[in-house]
Design a protein around this ligand. Sequence first.
Ligand SMILES: C[S@@+](CC[C@H](N)C(=O)[O-])C[C@H]1O[C@@H](n2cnc3c(N)ncnc32)[C@H](O)[C@@H]1O
Length: 393
Amino acid sequence: MQCDYYDAGVCRSCTLMGVPEDVQVADAQARVETLLPTVPTWLAPATGPASRFRNRAKMVVAGTTDTPTLGILDEAGRGVDLVRCGLYPASTTDALEPLRAFVTRAALVPYDVAARRGELKHVHVTTNDAGELMVRFVLRSTESLPRIRKHLPWLLEQLPSARVVSANLLPQHAALLEGDVEVPLTPAERLPVRQGAVTLLARPQGFLQTNTDVAGQLYAQVASWVTDLDDDERLGAAAAAPGHGPTRLRVWDLYCGAGGFALHVAAPGRDVVGVETSEQAVAAARDAAGAAGLSGTGFIHADATSWAREQPGHAAPDVVVVNPPRRGLGAQLCAWLDAAPPRTRHLLYSSCNPASLATDLEALPGWEPVRGRLFAMFPQTAHAEVLVQLRRR
Ligand SMILES: C[S@@+](CC[C@H](N)C(=O)[O-])C[C@H]1O[C@@H](n2cnc3c(N)ncnc32)[C@H](O)[C@@H]1O
């Protein structure tokens, strides 16, 4: 991919810009194989488009009310405008000029980090495959909310694809992307985003896999591996106890977010439970399951480690899918998995941080890696998503 901003030296966020995509993927594959030497077999990497793949843009707003910049801050704290960034789909880039005009129209004062003055910190835009948008204004306080509300009809006229608009309050002077309080400004508070075979309900504050194409491949891979395991389990059970009806396959999706893995794995004859600390993500996952007519799924608002440890042995799953944040599973959950009841024989670990994945695998001596696959979720950067299948030794 070629980028004018990169070539001009104004943005270096994409550290691998200009490196051919096949070289990026080969290098990432070599890195994960070095970091994860116990994974015996690697499937061919899953790749998607090298540009226009990012479904969520988080633009820092700087400059002045009359001439705002939407992009990043340079080292001196000045705004760098990146409205033509090639990572975003056309539906997002087309929305940025109307959003810039809205800043001026609603007299929103960009936040000046050095002076600690101003109100509007960021504008976030999320898009789905239909080109619909979720727009979010991250504000220092409620000062500009009345003007945002007043001029919102104008914005919606300019951006008829904007389905969800909200404001987020971030009063702290901190390098954060958002605060705790979300103020909905439209009746709709969720954007349906199809990823793979399932429509997820994305929320302003919720996690969404950033690359819709590759996320769909990741979810499909997990669904296909679980189907293979389900078939094997049924064959094994039928051989061990002829004449007994098949038991239901029990799957846990820990760190389930809005339910991407759980909803892909759900099928007749399976009980799938997703566990997640965000109450709103749990609600979104439940609603998405209902909308898709998926029975046999349940979503629980809890800390994954505490919840797993509190389950009685007879409720143990056959398969555990985990997709933790960058920090990984941690020692306690690894210890629980390592000593899990005998029924729990399969683990599918999807990680956006191969380093914490490597640490966790070392803390799981009772589990044997079977195969892995790299998902090129973050082209133009050295980041990669890795999926590893493990079985009980
Ligand atoms: C990498 S995201 C994965 C989300 C989901 N699997 C997906 O594909 O969209 C990690 C998720 O873990 C959740 N989370 C963070 N800490 C957690 C914890 N201790 N227990 C359960 N969920 C947690 C976050 O809210 C976030 O939704």
